[in-house]
Design a protein around this ligand. Structure first.
Ligand SMILES: C[S@@+](CC[C@H](N)C(=O)[O-])C[C@H]1O[C@@H](n2cnc3c(N)ncnc32)[C@H](O)[C@@H]1O
Length: 248
C-alpha cells in the first residue's frame, strides 16, 4: 500500500547538509501529500536517499560503485525503508537505459559532476529523466574556495595553478576533474534546458574554521552557514555550490 508522505524525519543538519535540506524541504512541502519519484544520481551510500524514503518518497539511486550501493542497501534496510529504495549500478550519462524518461519528480546529483567524464552528458540525462515541472538539486565543487584553501594551507603554487586553470583543478594530482563558479554551473544546467531557480553556497565557513570552533559551536555554525548561503560575496566563496533548477 502506498504510504502518504510525511515530513522529513529530521535528517541530521550539519554545515554540509543544512542549506541543501532547507531548499529540498521547500520543494517537498510544495508537493505535500504526494509520494514523489526521486532519482539520486551518484547517490552513494544514501545520505539523502534514505531520509527521503523515510519521508515516504520512492528513491532510485544510480551509482557507479557496487560498494556504495551495498552500503546504501544496508542503510535503507536498517532504516526500515528497503521497499522504497532501489539501488541501480550504472553510469550517470546512461540514465536513459536505466530509468524511464520524464518520470522523476526530483533528481539529485550531488558531488558528481566534478568527477564524471562528461558533465554535460550527465546533466542532459538528468533533465531527460525529469517530468515537465520536475526539479533538479545539483551540488558542485566551488572553484574560489579551492584556491583559498590551497593558499591558506601554504600551497601557493597549487593555489596559483588552480586559479589559472580553466577547469579549476590544481594539476594532475587533484582528486577532482573540474570545479565551478556559479555562472559556469548555471550555464551547464541551462544548456540542458533546466531553469535555475536558486543558487546557494554550501560550507562557506565550515572548512575555514579551526576544528575547535566548528566542533564546539555546531548549531551556531549551521545558523551562520544558512544566513550566508545566498548572500554575496559569501555564496561564491563556498566549498560547494548548490543549484536548484526546474524542467519547464
Ligand atoms: C563524492 S561521492 C557523492 C555521494 C553523494 N551524492 C553525496 O553527496 O554524499 C560521488 C559518487 O558518485 C559516484 N559516481 C562517480 N562517477 C559516476 C558516474 N559516472 N555515474 C554514476 N555515479 C558516479 C561515486 O561512486 C560516488 O558514490
Amino acid at each position: 500500500m502506498e504510504q502518504t508522505p510525511g515530513r522529513l524525519a529530521g535528517p541530521p543538519l550539519t554545515p554540509r547538509t543544512a542549506v541543501i535540506w532547507s531548499v529540498l524541504r521547500a520543494e517537498l512541502e510544495r508537493r505535500a501529500d504526494t509520494a514523489l519519484t526521486v532519482l539520486d544520481v551518484g547517490g552513494g551510500t544514501g545520505g539523502f536517499a534514505v531520509p527521503l524514503a523515510q519521508a515516504g518518497h520512492r528513491v532510485t539511486v544510480v551509482d557507479a560503485s557496487p560498494d556504495a550501493l551495498a552500503a546504501l542497501t544496508r542503510r535503507a534496510a536498517e532504516a526500515g525503508v528497503a521497499e522504497r529504495v532501489r539501488a541501480v549500478q550504472g553510469d550517470g550519462d546512461a540514465l536513459a537505459g536505466l530509468v524511464e524518461a520524464g518520470s522523476a519528480d526530483l533528481v539529485l546529483c550531488h558531488a558528481v559532476l566534478e568527477v564524471v567524464d562528461d558533465p554535460a552528458a550527465v546533466v542532459a540525462a538528468l533533465a531527460a529523466a525529469l517530468r515537465p515541472g520536475g526539479a533538479a538539486s545539483v551540488l558542485v565543487a566551488g572553484r574560489a574556495a579551492a584556491v583559498l584553501g590551497r593558499a591558506m594551507n601554504g600551497h601557493l603554487d597549487l593555489a596559483a595553478t588552480l586559479a589559472a586553470d580553466p577547469a579549476g583543478t590544481a594539476g594532475t594530482r587533484d582528486t577532482l576533474r573540474r570545479r565551478y563558479d556559479a555562472d559556469d554551473a548555471a550555464a551547464l544546467l541551462g544548456a540542458a534546458g533546466l531553469v535555475v531557480e536558486e543558487i546557494h553556497g554550501v560550507r562557506v565557513l565550515a572548512d575555514l574554521l579551526p576544528a575547535a570552533v566548528a566542533d564546539g559551536q555546531p548549531a551556531a555554525l549551521v545558523e551562520l552557514e544558512r544566513a550566508l548561503a545566498a548572500q554575496a560575496p559569501w555564496r561564491d566563496l563556498a566549498a560547494q555550490l548548490h543549484l536548484f533548477a526546474r524542467r519547464p
